[in-house]
Design a protein around this ligand. Structure first.
Ligand code: IMP
Length: 340
C-alpha cells in the first residue's frame, strides 16, 4: 500500500519575488485552451445554478468561457446555446444515454466546445464516448473532458483525444464525494501532478477555488485555466433559481449536481448523493466578480514578477504553511467588531 502527502490551496503560499512590473496593465493573463484564446483564464462550471445563456454571454464578454449545463432536455440546451450572444460557445454532455444526440444538436446550434461532464472521467465509458465523438466530428470540435484526479487519468484522457481536461475530484464547495466515497486528491496536488504531463492538453483546475489567491496558486502550479462554481453562483447572471429573501437579504440556491435536490429535478429520483444544496446571499453582477478576479490574478502575477502565465509557472516558488501560517494568512484582527 502506498500513501503520499498531498497539498491543497491553504497548505502553500507563493513566495513574493523581485518585480519590475509597474502596472497591472503590463500583465497578460491570456491563455490557450487548445486553439481558443481566453483573455481571462476563467471558465464557469456546467451546473444548473451557474451557467446558462446569460452567464455564458457575460463570461465571453469578460474574456472567459461559460459551459452551458446538460441538466435539461436536448431542445432546451440547444435553445440556450442559440441564446448565448457573446463568446466562444461550449456545452456539456454526458457519456451515456442521449449524449451523442445531444452533442449533434448543440454542435448544430453553434457549440464549438463539447464538455464531457462526468464525476469520474478516468473510465472506459469516457474512452468510448470520446471515440464516438471523434468518429462523428473529427477535430472540428474541442473536447473538454473530466474529471480526473491523477496524472495517469490526465494522460489517458489526453491520449483518447481530449483537448482540455478538468482536474480535481471531490474538491468542490458543494461536493461530498470524499465524505461519501473516501476518494479524491486535494485540489492543488492534482494540478501539480497533472502539470508533469508531456501530453498536449490544457489543464483546467476545477473546484475548491474560493478567491483570486487560490486561482493564482492553481495557475502557478500549472493550470491553464480555472473553473468556478461557487464564486459565480449567487450573481444576477447565475441561472436556475428563484431569488428568495431571508431576513431581508436576497439569496439564490447553489447546488451540487449530485445533490438530492438537483437529482430529483433532473431525473425524478435520487441515489448516490455526492453533493449538497445551499442558499447563498446574492453578490450583484458577475461582471464585478470577474473584474475583481481579473485584478487579483494580475496582482498575483506581479508579486511573482511575471508578465504572463508561462512566466508565472516558470518563476513560481511555493512555500508550505504551518497551521500558524494559515491562521496568519487570513484576516485576524483581534477585539474589533464591524470588520468589513
Ligand atoms: P466550486 O467552484 O468549489 O463550487 O466547485 C464547482 C465544481 O464542483 C464543479 O465544476 C464540478 O466539478 C464539481 N461539482 C458540481 N456538482 C458536484 C456534486 O454534486 N458533487 C461533487 N462535485 C460537484
Amino acid at each position: 500500500m502506498k500513501t503520499m502527502v498531498s497539498l491543497s490551496y491553504d497548505d502553500v503560499l507563493l513566495v513574493p519575488q523581485y518585480s519590475d512590473i509597474r502596472s497591472r496593465k503590463e500583465i497578460d493573463i491570456g491563455t490557450m485552451l487548445g486553439s481558443f484564446r481566453l483573455d481571462l483564464p476563467v471558465i464557469s462550471s456546467p451546473m444548473d445554478t451557474v451557467t446558462e445563456a446569460l452567464m455564458a454571454s457575460h463570461m465571453g464578454l469578460a474574456g472567459g468561457l461559460g459551459v452551458i449545463h446538460r441538466y435539461c432536455s436536448i431542445d432546451r440546451q440547444a435553445k440556450l446555446i442559440r441564446q448565448q450572444k457573446h463568446g466562444t460557445k461550449a456545452a456539456a454532455i454526458g457519456v451515456t444515454g442521449d449524449f451523442h444526440d445531444r452533442a449533434r444538436s448543440v454542435v448544430a446550434m453553434g457549440a464549438e466546445i463539447l464538455c464531457i461532464d462526468v464525476a469520474h472521467g478516468h473510465h472506459s465509458l469516457m474512452e468510448a464516448a470520446i471515440k464516438q465523438l471523434k468518429d462523428t466530428f473529427g477535430d472540428t470540435v474541442h473536447i473538454m473532458a473530466g474529471n480526473v484526479a491523477t496524472l495517469e487519468g490526465f494522460n489517458a484522457l489526453a491520449e483518447w483525444g481530449a483537448n482540455s481536461i478538468r482536474c480535481n475530484i471531490g474538491g468542490g464547495s458543494i461536493c461530498s464525494t470524499r465524505i461519501q466515497t473516501g476518494h479524491g486528491v486535494p485540489g492543488l496536488q492534482t494540478i501539480m501532478d497533472c502539470a508533469k504531463t508531456g501530453m498536449d492538453a490544457a489543464i483546467i483546475a476545477d473546484g475548491g477555488i474560493r478567491n483570486s489567491g487560490d486561482a493564482v496558486k492553481a495557475l502557478a502550479a500549472g493550470a491553464d485555466a480555472v473553473m468556478l462554481g461557487s464564486m459565480l453562483a449567487g450573481t444576477r447572471e447565475s441561472c436556475g433559481t428563484e431569488v428568495v429573501h431571508i431576513d431581508g437579504v436576497a439569496h439564490k440556491t447553489y447546488r451540487g449536481m449530485a445533490s438530492e435536490e438537483a437529482q430529483q429535478d433532473w431525473r425524478g429520483s435520487a441515489s448516490s448523493l455526492e453533493g449538497v444544496s445551499a442558499t447563498i446571499p446574492m453578490k450583484g453582477s458577475v461582471d464585478d466578480v470577474l473584474g475583481e478576479l481579473d485584478n487579483g490574478i494580475r496582482s498575483g502575477l506581479s508579486y511573482s514578477g511575471a508578465r504572463t502565465l508561462a512566466e508565472l509557472q516558470a518563476r513560481a516558488k511555493f512555500t508550505r504553511q504551518t497551521a500558524a501560517g494559515i491562521s496568519e494568512s487570513g484576516t485576524h484582527i483581534l477585539g474589533l467588531s464591524n470588520v468589513r
